[in-house]
Design a protein around this ligand. Structure first.
Ligand SMILES: N[C@@H](CCC(=O)N[C@@H](CS)C(=O)NCC(=O)O)C(=O)O
Length: 296
């Protein structure tokens, strides 16, 4: 019997559907995509931002079909096949985004999504890690509250990072899935803190994390923020509670063309997110969040 996630709407809608239709021709690079997935949307945005030709193929990753498992043994979207029919699969959104940066040298036709400068590139990666490990998932208990250690080492010289009892910090997915009010309240606080910490490191002098240049840091967070409207509606998430310029930053993230072009209609996201909000989702992400494990 199929699980509830397997019944996901079969295709993108709205602006995203137009983009899908425009990317049906065969290309060397095949993008195995799930229209609904925020990790997937990172890679789709990178393809668009870097203006790299690709063929779009919709996959239902919950079906775990044999041909797809040959490209990605985890059976997750996003996945990319490098060379049409080559069988050479790559996966993991953070890895794919770096791959797309390396694939074509940055130029006016293919703008970079990383800042220039060796230090700045690694600083960008550190902040992407913060998003992937400390804003989206459950963090395992540690002796210190690690998201206060990362990423803003420069600013964290005031001793805040030491004296918090070990506990599992909970963020974006937990806030959706927790059914009890006190669990939701603590997940909401953890999410606020994760966002605030990122903003402490944001450069001034422009709307984006690095100031004027839009980069991988903005891209890694934007698809999740695109889905925050559900947290506002059902989990009492309030932009005004984040502080540190969050409302301006959020507006900049949401107005990026590549985010809009790769987004489906709200009602289709809402249908899928409802399974997280009522804790019936059976995806790997849902199982990991429920069990307090690392995300797949
Ligand atoms: N760490 C992966 C996560 C990808 C992921 O969890 N994708 C979900 C859709 S949002 C998926 O394919 N789920 C299939 C499943 O749970 O079986 C990445 O960053 O690419």
């Amino acid at each position: 019997m199929p699980g509830p996630d397997e019944n996901v709407h079969p295709e993108a809608t709205g602006e995203a559907k137009k983009l899908v239709d425009a990317h049906q021709d065969a290309q060397d690079l095949v993008f195995y995509s799930g229209w609904f997935c925020p990790f997937n949307q990172r890679v789709w945005m990178a393809l668009e931002e870097r203006k790299i030709p690709y063929q779009y193929r919709e996959v239902n990753p919950y079906k775990k079909e044999a041909a797809f498992l040959k490209l990605n043994p985890l059976g997750l979207v996003p996945t990319i096949e490098v060379g049409q029919g080559s069988g050479k699969g790559l996966y993991e959104s953070d890895v794919l985004v770096e791959f797309l940066e390396d694939l074509v040298p940055p130029s006016d036709d293919h703008p970079s999504i990383y800042p220039s400068g060796t230090y700045e590139k690694s600083w960008a990666r550190l902040n992407v890690q913060h998003i992937t490990k400390k804003i989206i998932p459950v963090s395992p208990p540690t002796g210190t509250h690690t998201y206060l250690v990362l990423p803003c080492l420069h600013a964290a010289s005031d001793g805040r990072k030491t004296d918090i009892a070990p506990r599992r910090a909970q963020h974006y997915f937990s806030l959706q899935m927790r059914q009890d009010a006190s669990g939701q309240a603590s997940a909401r606080e953890d999410l606020y803190t994760g966002l605030r910490t990122l903003l402490e490191c944001k450069a001034s002098g422009g709307p984006y994390f690095f100031g004027k240049q839009w980069t991988v840091v903005d891209m890694s967070l934007a698809p999740f923020v695109r889905r925050f409207y559900n947290l506002e509606k059902f989990r009492a998430f309030k932009d005004s509670e984040v502080g540190n310029g969050w409302e301006e930053y959020k507006a900049a993230l949401l107005s990026r063309e590549s985010l809009k072009a790769t987004s489906s209609l709200d009602e289709y996201y809402t249908e899928l997110l409802a399974r997280y909000l009522n804790n019936t989702a059976t995806s790997e992400v849902a199982k990991a969040t429920r069990g307090g494990h690392h995300l797949p």
